[in-house]
Design a protein around this ligand. Sequence first.
Ligand code: C2E
Ligand code: MG
Ligand code: MG
Ligand code: MG
Length: 282
Amino acid sequence: RAKSEGKAAYHFFEPSLDEEARKRRQMELDMRMALRDGGFELYYQPLYGAVEEELKGFEALIRWFHPELGFISPAEFIPLAEETGLIIPIGEWVLREACQQAATWPGELSVAVNISPKQFASPGLSQTIMQALAHGELSPKRLELEITESIFIANVEKTLSTLHSLRALGVRIALDDFGTGYSSLSYLRSFPFDKVKIDRSFVQAISKEVNAHAVIRAITTLAEALGMETLAEGVEQEDQLEVLRREGCRYIQGYLFGKPTPAADLGNIFGDVNDKSKRLSA
Ligand code: C2E
Ligand code: MG
Ligand code: MG
Ligand code: MG
């Protein structure tokens, strides 16, 4: 009985699997075209000090406005770019574009660029970064690479040696989405990251879970003891900001302060430095 049901289910799902594969193939072709025709864009989300609310820099976030389908989230196409290997040329474009943009910003504002696991493991990464910095004439200390715990899954030794060689370029390295992985604490111990980005889920828990404050305090205390800065992601509400400040978090990022913004519109944000009245409501 189970067997025949299984068979029926197989036949039932077959067309949609085909459909799924066809869509993915089309999406891959469309990504190639976007790469060739300038179809990708970078938006920049501001990063602020938690206490003084001073602007420190921006995170570059890729945007794709598909000619027919409209906006497609990076959460949707980056995984496919990873699978198909397109993340390598896309990631190169992101690095180049971000460095070039950041070099035009005032003062010492930094730019943070997300590096996905396949890109991290690719042999050309150091070279790509050096070229992007040279091309944009950006000082390496103004570039921060955001990596996630998932890079450790492959091969810890290799991962650590790559981290050290990237660090040797003079760029900063941040651990993104901290706390969502399988063994977050052990990764913190294994490499001196410059910054730990506390995942949005911990910030969202603040008004909902009694232990949320204690968890955030534990992370900020540990990070500080290890000489790492902390940034909280996804800060949307004043009460979250209050708690993060109280628990010693150093930097914040989220809709409360600013959404990802096209490069051309950053002028307003530069002008708003230290102007708390410009804070967005969530
Ligand atoms: P991420 O690196 O953790 O980036 C933070 C995400 O949180 C961004 O989503 C940002 O728009 C969103 N966000 C920021 N503040 C808030 C807030 O207050 N509330 C909420 N609900 N969300 C907030 P986005 O831009 O959709 O990017 C999603 C993910 O896609 C990123 O997560 C990153 O992993 C990846 N990604 C984005 N751009 C790139 C890129 O250029 N290269 C690579 N490899 N990955 C990228
Ligand atoms: Mg990030
Ligand atoms: Mg993140
Ligand atoms: Mg995240």
